[in-house]
Design a protein around this ligand. Structure first.
Ligand code: NAD
Length: 259
């Protein structure tokens, strides 16, 4: 198996894309450290990882709190022996006109999406260096990190920032053999899109379900993305097959944004 004897830490792993990534990396042979702010749902994913025959460790962590992210990485090393793959997946969406965004909303989304990714990169890179091992850091970006969307302007700006952090980290850490990349999904049918669709309805007057349908209808491959589609790219980036790829923010969207 491509990830035998590896340990991966996945943030925001209690549901959606993070859960999908955790299960795929476990299928590929990795032991998994699962972190999220939602401890109840994390328990279910622990059971699913263990059912695949891998070790699992759940740690309740808010990625917006630097000390909590460092603690999770330390616990991962202590419990599993070594950390090899860090997936900075946790993130939130906000739907709001550029004209109406409030300081509180902006502070919250930047703390989670941007600072959360930064703390994850820092903690993992320091751990990899201390271990004297090469490692892989994989961040959640988005098609919104390549092209900004109306009413998703602040969210999009956080994903542009993730792209900036990914590129700079790749340049700084290349000499240590640490790769830093990001996955950029399109329209994935998770709870995040339920919230986006509902808020779009409130902001634009669209009917419930209409915004999601409009976006999905625009996908070249004709269907919404699944967490498994995203996890397939992450599994590749986590594997030795991607050893010579760094600083890239790779789109997996079925054909929406072309770069
Ligand atoms: P989701 O809302 O279904 O799941 C997000 C998970 O992150 C939840 O389990 C939640 O509890 C957790 N979380 C939220 N805030 C946290 C915090 N401060 N600390 C730790 N955990 C926290 O979302 P998803 O669709 O699975 O999205 C996962 C990632 O993929 C996000 O970064 C998102 O921006 C990105 N993304 C999603 C889509 C999509 O269409 N769903 C598209 C592009 C990018």
């Amino acid at each position: 198996m491509p990830l035998s004897n590896k340990t991966a830490l996945v943030t925001g792993a209690a549901q959606g894309i993070g859960r999908g990534i955790a299960l795929r990396l476990a299928k590929d042979g990795a032991n998994i450290v699962l972190t999220d702010i939602n401890p109840d749902k994390l328990k279910d994913v622990v059971a699913e990882v263990e059912a695949l025959g891998r070790k699992a460790l759940a740690i309740t962590t808010d990625v917006g709190q630097r000390d909590q992210v460092y603690n999770a990485v330390e616990q991962a090393q202590k419990t599993m022996g070594q950390l090899d793959i860090m997936v900075n997946n946790a993130g939130i969406a906000q739907v709001r006109s550029i004209l109406e965004a409030t300081p509180e909303e902006v502070e919250t989304i930047y703390r989670i999406n941007v600072q959360g990714t930064l703390w994850g990169i820092q903690a993992a890179a320091k751990a990899f260096k201390a271990q004297g091992s090469k490692g892989k850091i994989i961040n959640a970006c988005s098609i919104a990190g390549h092209e900004s969307f109306a009413f998703l302007g602040v969210y999009s700006s956080t994903k542009f920032a993730v792209r900036a952090l990914t590129q700079a980290a790749a340049k700084e850490l290349g000499a240590d053999g640490i790769t830093v990349n990001a996955y950029c999904p399109g329209i994935v049918g998770t709870d995040m899109w339920k919230v986006i669709d509902q808020r779009m309805a409130e902001e634009t007057g669209a009917k419930p379900g209409e915004t999601y349908k409009k976006f999905v209808d625009g996908i070249a491959l004709g269907r919404a993305e699944t967490p498994q589609d995203v996890a397939a790219l992450v599994a590749f980036l986590a594997s030795a097959e991607a050893d010579y790829i760094t600083g890239q923010c790779i789109i997996t969207d079925g054909g929406i944004v072309y770069r």
